[in-house]
Design a protein around this ligand. Structure first.
Ligand SMILES: Nc1ncnc2c1ncn2[C@@H]1O[C@H](COP(=O)(O)OP(=O)(O)OP(=O)(O)O)[C@@H](O)[C@H]1O
Ligand SMILES: [Mg+2]
Length: 303
């Protein structure tokens, strides 16, 4: 059963910004990593799932309920960690936690103490004087107060030091084992590789790829390096509708990313050309992901 369902979600902010026709789902107990460069649309998608934003078309559903209509009911069972944490600065941490407990009618102080211990946070100081990392920890503690079944985590480890990042990832692994359904956005490859079952990659507001984490661990995609002997055939080849990772015009060489299912089509096409070299190797998620980070200009205008 899908707990999170996003279908053709579109919010056009103009000038090519926003999210366009985004569709994905997260099954019960599954952890989906949401990777994408700055401005790709991760937070916008999450805000729609929280019901903070209304889509122009398409929809976002949690437990089959439309997030733009039923948000107060949906939120009862969702822990949300926003990308940008904004906390009331006039309170101290303890007061803020009590306020959140009051709003959520939560009297489980054991849970609060467990979270404070796990994340090594002393909440007694004023929120205003807390460091970015401490504010982040406070937001983490309040997001997990109610032990919700669904976690929407928008770059949860940003602002945390490396030790605390590891503690957080261990905590998420524990939550996953307890059957939680998790959507986790991140820029950190090792983080998503460590906890996610599947990884969706978003770029320029569009979902460009979804991969299984297991495939990533066993070498994800093949990259072929081809060297041509004749300029005209090289120029003809790079007009093909393949994913060119790199094109070296001066030495008539190109790197092509090929999915397993496209291998036959690729080999068929390549066999029509005179090559002086062809090498193949697998790419890690990091290499694969960098491919989406890189500026399209580098692709020499070739798709
Ligand atoms: N309220 C808004 N009004 C206008 N444009 C917006 C608004 N919210 C987001 N955008 C634009 O939509 C795009 C996606 O933004 P979003 O915050 O979702 O990206 P992101 O993937 O979370 O990036 P980051 O990794 O930097 O957090 C950006 O180009 C951003 O400028
Ligand atoms: Mg963001």
């Amino acid at each position: 059963m899908n707990v999170i369902e996003v279908q053709n979600l579109t919010k056009d902010y103009g000038h090519g910004r926003g999210i366009f026709d985004v569709s994905f789902s997260v099954a019960k107990g599954e952890t989906l990593g949401f990777l994408g460069p700055n401005g790709a649309g991760k937070s916008t998608t999450m805000r729609h799932l929280m019901g903070f934003s209304k889509p122009q078309s398409g929809n976002a559903k949690i437990n089959s309920m439309d997030c733009s209509k039923n948000y107060s009911r949906i939120l009862e069972n969702v822990g949300y960690l926003p990308g940008e944490v904004a906390l009331p600065e006039g309170l101290n941490g303890t007061e803020f936690i009590k306020m959140m407990q009051g709003m959520r009618k939560n009297k489980n102080n054991d849970r609060v103490n467990y979270l404070l211990n796990t994340f090594k946070l002393d909440p007694s100081g004023s929120v205003k004087k807390m460091s970015i990392g401490e504010k982040r920890k406070l937001a983490v503690v309040t997001a997990f107060l109610d032990d919700p079944d669904i976690l929407l985590l928008d770059e949860p480890t940003s602002g945390l030091d490396p030790v605390m990042q590891e503690i957080f990832i261990d905590f998420i692994r524990g939550e996953k084992k307890r059957g939680k359904t998790i959507l986790l956005s991140s820029h950190i490859f090792s983080e998503v590789e460590a906890v996610c079952d599947r990884i969706a990659i978003i770029k320029d507001g569009k979902l460009v790829s979804t991969v299984n984490a297991d495939d990533v661990k066993h070498g994800l995609k093949n990259i072929f390096t081809l060297t041509f002997s004749v300029k005209s055939s090289f120029e003809k080849f790079i007009k093909n509708d393949f994913t060119f990772d790199k094109i070296f015009f001066d030495v008539l060489k190109c790197n092509v990313l090929v999915n397993d299912e496209d291998t036959n089509k690729f080999i068929n096409e390549v066999s029509k050309y005179q090559l002086t070299g062809m090498q193949e190797h697998s790419v890690s998620l990091e290499e694969y992901f960098m491919h989406f980070y890189e500026n399209d200009k580098k692709f020499g205008g070739v798709k």
